[in-house]
Write a new protein. Structure first.
Length: 296
């Protein structure tokens, strides 16, 4: 009997160690969580005390975080999520809203019994993470904002009308018969002279494959004014942006107004996918934020 128990222990140790020795994100096994009959695809790796949950942006999938997996895999519990409509998650004909995306993240978090975590959101992923904090205040979270999308509706009536018109024009690019052509033009702007080949291939091959009903609905709902009220949150936040002349003059001040407990950094010589373009620098900054803001 003792020999049988010993054999079982050895097998268990082997299985557990095998689950945590994946050399890259592709090698990590897939899991699915069910949200309102929608299968949400995710991968989980590691058993560190700190859990990091990664949320991708529009047109992307969890593979965008390959370089973060390699850096953090030995010391953290890592969770990578494909938002509904993207990657290997289901893509039903529904409205793709920030509320729905936030619920999908919460579904995975609940399935893994996570009650404290750092959410890392790129682009669209940032307002998704923000919405998680708004809708589910019972979860103890920090947020890393990676070149995240945010909208600021002017208070001046004329400026407000002009802003709404500009936003409507942008959203319309993702509707109609010219969708594929417009998405290609949208994606091309993320390719810079010094964009690494791996990042370039990922951006061009993944974002352009976004189904129109998913891409259009996501953009339409992202720009709804109800999501961009100026409610202030004290959630510890780290915002890292690519240096960009198009950022508003008071961009930093406004972020710190919304997130008083935030730290901010700009990276030079990178584009929108800075975590792929300068991964080591980004990873070290993210880890510093995690260590400086350990969740009780």
């Amino acid at each position: 009997m003792k020999q049988i128990l010993l054999a079982l222990q050895i097998v268990t140790v082997f299985i557990l160690s095998s689950c945590n020795t994946a050399e890259n994100l592709d090698a990590v096994s897939s899991n699915y969580s069910t949200m309102d009959s929608i299968q949400v695809h995710y991968k989980v790796h590691g058993d560190g005390e700190n859990t990091l949950v990664f949320v991708h942006g529009w047109g992307c999938d969890l593979k965008v975080w390959d370089n973060q997996f390699d850096y953090f895999k030995d010391n953290y519990r890592l969770v990578f999520i494909d938002l509904p409509g993207f990657g290997q998650s289901d893509k039903p004909q529904i409205e793709y809203t920030l509320d729905m995306f936030a619920k999908s993240v919460k579904t995975v978090i609940d399935e893994l019994n996570i009650n404290r975590t750092t959410l890392i959101g790129h682009s669209l992923g940032f307002p998704v993470c923000r919405q998680v904090g708004r809708q589910y205040p019972d979860i103890n979270i920090n947020i890393c904002n990676v070149d995240g999308v945010y909208l600021r509706f002017p208070k001046d009536s004329l400026a407000y009308v002009n802003y709404k018109h500009e936003m409507s024009g942008f959203v319309n690019l993702f509707q109609g018969k010219n969708y594929n052509q417009n998405v290609k033009a949208f994606v091309d702007q993320f390719i810079k002279v010094n964009t690494p080949e791996q990042a370039k291939e990922y951006i061009l091959s993944t974002m352009t494959q976004t189904p129109q009903y998913v891409g259009s609905s996501t953009m339409t709902n992202l720009f709804l004014e109800k999501y961009w009220t100026e409610d202030i949150t004290t959630i510890p936040t780290f915002s890292v942006y690519a240096q960009n002349e198009e950022l508003a003059e008071d961009h930093v001040e406004y972020l710190k107004f919304l997130f008083p407990n935030t730290s901010y950094y700009e990276m030079d010589s990178v584009g929108h996918f800075l975590m792929m373009e300068k991964p080591l620098k980004f990873n070290r900054m993210l880890e510093e934020f995690i260590l400086d803001n350990e969740i009780d």
